[in-house]
Design a protein around this ligand. Sequence first.
Ligand SMILES: [Zn+2]
Length: 126
Amino acid sequence: MVHGKARLCTEILSAGTQCTQFALRGQPWCRSHAASSQRERNADARQLIAMIRQMNVVTVACVLQNTVYELRTKVIPPLHAQAIFDAAASRLEHLIEEHAQLTSATAAHRGDKSHQNNGLQVVPIK
Ligand SMILES: [Zn+2]
């Protein structure tokens, strides 16, 4: 008795991992990814997540706003929103680290000649 080898769905999820559902007979996809509209949505989420890695604070904020809206209006499934939120959170973490390094480097090079106030200055303790 020969069982067909159980194949997994070939779809890559928005978070970048492969789908863990079994593929339908004669198809590379599982039941939820058999529809091309589903796969397109997945591809959109993956693309957005790749873009988030290059974004600045303002664009990440826009993405978060849109994603919350799309989640609320059920345009995207919670799993996609989760993957987008995760990507946004790690991007923000990276940006905050970068900013901290930048401000400490600026402070070290500033000396006493700059009195420019950019609104983000930390008053040195005397
Ligand atoms: Zn699948």
